[in-house]
Ligand binder design. Sequence first.
Ligand code: GDP
Length: 346
Amino acid sequence: MSGTEQKQAERRALSRGVPDVGELARAVREGRRAALARAITLVESSRADHQEVAQKLLVELLPDTGKAIRIGFSGAPGVGKSTFTEAFGCYLTAQGLKVAVLAIDPSSARTGGSILGDKTRMEMLARDPNAFIRPSPSGGTLGGVARRTREAMLLVEAAGFDVVIIETVGVGQSETAVADMVDMFLLLLSPGGGDELQGIKRGIMELADLIVVNKADGDLIPAAKRARLEYKTALHLMRPKYPVWAPDVLLASALKGEGLSEVWEAVQGHHKALSEAGELARLRAEQAQAWMWTEIREGLFAALKADKRASDLLPELEKAVAEGRETPTIAARRLLSLVLGGGKAG
Ligand code: GDP
């Protein structure tokens, strides 16, 4: 069954009734795949009763989360993310580790699930009993998609997965969303070197804890080596994220399965360095708080949108601000007071 078919089956199962939280939590903790898939479908559902159960489930499972190494994979389309994810995932399961692959693709509503939803991708990893692959939640804002992926990450951790890989499509804002939820952000680049560097936003380079030049095989080896030096130089010019970790540039070939152990060593080295310095705990605490603020912002927007008086007042306020009759600050306060201040619009 492809990821998409599996999701559809899960949704049908859920529509037959809301599951018992305690029972589902137990089954997830035991690492049962069907229960895990069901739990993820629950957090992805926009139905209010599903959301309520999903939040109860997450609270129940929270003590069992946080033990995995969380890695984000990013890179331009075509760089080899799927191929690399599959090769790296299989490498890890061969070491006896349990690997979960999740995705963030805010465009998946439009394309019908472009990454991971396609069953021809990552076939080998999908068949691996120690791997769990889940396509991106579809629809809604990037914030909504990111939230559901975060929650799915907590669920796979509770189910005992050792490594969680979160893959992004490599366009738009999804990189930042991924970087905000993982321990290590890995940027995949191709042997294109300097030309490619031009096209990469500096901000994305700054997020990287590790750069992997993929496709370092055959005729591309010399170009890959040159690209490695160029990327290294570029990294040197950037302010490091942590005093205890200097991002490196490694070569790999996802196609030939080369360079994977070096990448895994770097991931472990990064995890160890950050843990020992107390940076990992600090990073995760900050991420959790930032997530809370995202929820507050989204909640406020949703409340404003749902408030009839606010939406009636909005056009008038916008006009007043545009014409300079009202300051933006006062206009914003008037609108917010409708939602927060029990109806006083003054
Ligand atoms: P994505 O869009 O980033 O997920 O890229 P894909 O994994 O779909 O790969 C894009 C193309 O690059 C495919 O034709 C792959 O076979 C090819 N590719 C991926 N990894 C390698 C590699 O290590 N070496 C070479 N030579 N080709 C690769």
